[in-house]
Design a protein around this ligand. Structure first.
Ligand SMILES: Nc1ncnc2c1ncn2[C@@H]1O[C@H](COP(=O)(O)OP(=O)(O)O)[C@@H](O)[C@H]1O
Ligand SMILES: [Mg+2]
Length: 435
């Protein structure tokens, strides 16, 4: 409003000369100052502001005194400032006010050093009308509010995006949890089925065994040829083996998963190996279990621990089979942990199979991770085993490389109830087990 002084002088001079001009001057004053937008008249030769209304002060923070007859360049932001503020709009400059036209998203420098956003309309006044001067009539419409709305919108957009990504992650987790449930259900059904089949087979097998033994007796009495005696003996031997397998299968499916008791780990390992005995023999796999004497017993559920060793043993069997060698070796060692022999036992489970890649090692404990063909692997063996060991504060680590075989190192506390996995540095997190 400071230009009022100057204007009042001019006005009174004119009024003295032509009193009739007063109403027009008042109207001009009102239009100029009451406008919604910032209006400024610029001398484009001298680069000076000739006149500015009070809206320009609202927009830029500069008072009218600071603006009127001052250099226009004070409203020009530098490229550097714009870059720092990450602004990509047109900068208010000599260039923009030297052409008639409409500019959207113009950036001005405010008194406080911040930037103001506006749309600019420039009209160059014909020199004839401007008494030989080169004048530009500029209107600046404040866009600050629109800008802040845009910023808010952008923030909301990112918030929504984050929420969406989180939802997507939750969806994937739910999906894999659902798959896990389906798989667990399938395994349970398979267990039931195996128990049923074992029961069904028991009856006819008893018949076969009975008749075979009877045949054996007859053959003996009739002094038959050695060949016939051998054949009958083979039938009896194989039926006995089948009976044993069926018995083990029935036992395995009947065992409770709730029972915790003090167990001898070497016994549990022996039990687990029995189920796979025939498979090892037929593949030329030699198993060697070496257990230190007087190992303390472990408080755990023997059935679950058995599952761990069955999983390790079947994985070793598959790894050896994959080498296509005629034979293989599994070495199992049970001993007290040398550094803490009272509280922990250590088990190493070593095979001379194909070994594991770095990728396999890092993902082996993930549910459903398998490198085996469909129908052969479920990818659940190690993740289930890991879960069983975690429950009794045990750990499992893999040492392996392609072509060099694999060793699983297990550490089990003698009594998990007296050990908290968080308070002991000896327990490693799952992440550090990878490798
Ligand atoms: N002893 C081993 N030797 C080589 N690779 C192994 C061994 N044990 C596990 N693996 C790898 O880890 C993967 C996951 O094992 P596991 O969870 O038991 O699932 P699955 O045996 O059904 O594939 C296997 O597919 C295999 O790639
Ligand atoms: Mg497996």
């Amino acid at each position: 409003m400071g230009n009022a002084l100057k204007k009042t002088e001019t006005k009174s001079k004119h009024l003295e000369l032509v009193p009739e001009i007063k109403p027009s001057l008042d109207l001009y004053e009102m239009l100029f100052h009451e406008a919604n937008d910032a209006i400024l008249l610029v001398d484009t030769d001298k680069k000076k502001i000739v006149s500015a209304n009070s809206r320009l002060q609202d927009l830029t923070g500069f008072t009218s005194i600071e603006l009127n007859h001052q250099d226009i360049s004070q409203l020009f932001p530098s490229e550097e400032t714009a870059k720092k503020s990450n602004v990509r709009s047109t900068l208010f400059s000599e260039e923009t006010i030297s052409h008639s036209g409409f500019y959207e998203d113009i950036v001005l420098l405010k008194k406080d050093g911040y930037l103001a956003f506006a749309t600019l309309s420039v009209k160059l006044i014909e020199p004839k009308k401007a008494k030989g001067k080169s004048l530009a009539f500029c209107i600046l419409h404040d866009m600050g509010e629109k800008k802040s709305m845009e910023r808010d919108l952008l923030t909301k957009h990112w918030e929504l995006r984050n929420a969406y990504e989180e939802l997507e992650r939750a969806h994937i987790e739910l999906k894999s949890a659902q798959e896990a449930l389906v798989q667990t259900g399938k395994l349970a059904a398979l267990g039931e089925l195996a128990a049923g089949v074992a029961h069904e087979l028991n009856q006819p097998l008893a018949g076969i065994m009975g008749f075979a033994q009877e045949l054996q007796r007859i053959v003996k009495n009739q002094n038959s040829t050695a060949e016939v005696t051998d054949f009958v003996e083979e039938i009896v031997k194989n039926s006995v083996r089948m009976k044993k397998i069926i018995q083990q299968l029935r036992e395995f499916t009947r065992k409770s998963t709730e029972d915790f008791q003090n167990v001898n780990v070497a016994d549990v390992i022996n039990e687990s190996l029995k189920l796979l005995d025939q498979q090892f023999k037929s593949r030329g796999i030699c198993v060697n279990l070496e257990a230190e004497e007087n190992i303390p017993s472990i408080y755990c559920n023997p059935f679950q621990l058995e599952q761990v060793f069955i999983n390790l043993a079947t994985n070793a069997r598959d790894a050896i089979e994959a080498t296509e060698k005629a034979s293989g070796k599994i070495e199992i060692r049970v001993r007290r942990k040398p550094t803490d022999s009272e509280r922990f036992i250590e088990i190493t489970f070593k095979d001379d199979g194909i070994g594991m890649s770095t990728e396999s090692k890092s993902r082996a404990f993930d549910p459903f991770y398998t490198t085996k063909e469909v129908g052969k692997g479920t990818g659940l063996g190690l993740s289930v085993s890991y879960g069983i060991l975690s429950k009794i504060n045990g750990t499992m680590m893999i040492e392996s490389s392609i072509g060099k075989g694999t060793t699983f190192n297990l550490t089990l506390p003698v009594d998990y109830r007296t050990h908290n996995s968080n308070s002991s540095t000896e327990y490693k997190s799952k992440e550090s087990n990878h490798g």
